[in-house]
Design a protein around this ligand. Structure first.
Ligand SMILES: N[C@H](CCC[C@H](N)C(=O)O)C(=O)O
Length: 288
């Protein structure tokens, strides 16, 4: 049986180093399964941090409905770097410079700022413990104790939901953190019923933050847009920075602005690496 995904064009991109695939399925009425997402992730040259699939919009005026898959086939409500890549692809298709995109976590807007520079309104952070979500009833999300402790991890973190859950640890030097060792036990810690994206950050100056991220469902990535937003919010709540900062990630810089309207605006680059077509044979192999 041919899959509706066979021979579909797919854009391989990166957003500040975050490895993104964009697959436009508008008109195909097909929802990519977790197994299909993993098959694409394993296909030669198509490894991704996030796969963004585009579907028919639900509301009038919206350009597309977006689904977001992690490398392990799980889904996320938000992906800042991927959303900028989607804005680029839709712009190339003539949809304009200002777009309205729908996600499981609500609608978001994007704007082209330059040839390959885009802003995304990531919405208002949600800070109530139930919205993160956290299992620790009534916790003050600005300072949550990581209990039971994870050996080598700081004792406290700040929790922020940006459409997806984030735990932000402030450390002296993010470059010195063993992400591969600390990421998995924190991602799956019993405090996080939906798992969590794990950030290690250091405020270098009030407007400059260094950040490294272990992403839920993906692992170490060179950048994570929603984590950059969550980190700025956490730094600002802790009085470590103002409401604007340049967040420096291993793959590039993101400018984050937590506006007076409570929305977090993220601006950063995208890069188109290549466009290819999905080879139907990648779906016929058994899951290994
Ligand atoms: N890289 C993305 C976030 C992916 C989040 C995902 N790992 C999850 O929440 O499960 C970003 O730029 O915002």
């Amino acid at each position: 049986m041919t899959s509706p995904l066979s021979d579909r064009p797919i854009h391989r991109m990166n957003g500040a180093g975050n490895e993104i695939l964009v697959l436009d399925l508008r008109g195909a009425s097909h929802e990519v399964t977790a197994a299909e997402a993993r098959a694409i992730a394993r296909a030669s040259g198509l490894r991704f941090d996030q796969l963004m699939t585009l579907h028919e919009p639900r509301a009038a005026g919206a350009n597309a409905f977006m689904r977001i898959y992690n490398n392990d086939g799980s889904r996320s409500g938000a992906c800042g770097n991927g959303t900028r890549c989607v804005a680029f692809v839709l712009g190339e298709k003539g949809e304009g410079d200002a777009l309205l995109l729908e996600t499981d976590a609500g609608p978001i807007r994007s704007w082209r700022r330059g040839e390959t520079l885009f802003s995304v309104d990531m919405g208002a952070p949600r800070l109530d413990w139930r919205a993160i979500p956290l299992a620790g009833e009534g916790a003050d999300t600005a300072r949550v104790a990581l209990a039971p402790a994870v050996i080598g991890a700081p004792e406290f973190f700040s929790a922020v939901n940006m459409g997806n859950p984030h735990a932000v640890f402030f450390v002296e030097d993010p470059a010195a953190i063993a992400l591969e060792a600390l990421g998995p036990p924190i991602e799956t810690h019993p405090l996080f019923p939906e798992r969590v994206n794990v950030s290690f950050a250091s405020v270098l100056a009030p407007g400059e933050i260094a950040l490294r991220v272990w992403e839920r469902g993906t692992g170490v990535t060179k950048a994570c847009g929603s984590a950059a937003c969550a980190t700025l919010v956490a730094a600002s709540r802790a009085g470590l920075s103002g409401r604007e900062a340049r967040v420096r990630l291993p793959g590039g810089d993101l400018d984050i602005d937590w506006g007076a309207d409570d929305h977090v605006m993220m601006t950063g680059p995208v890069e188109l690496e290549f466009v290819t077509r999905l080879d139907p044979r990648i779906f016929s192999e058994q899951e290994r």
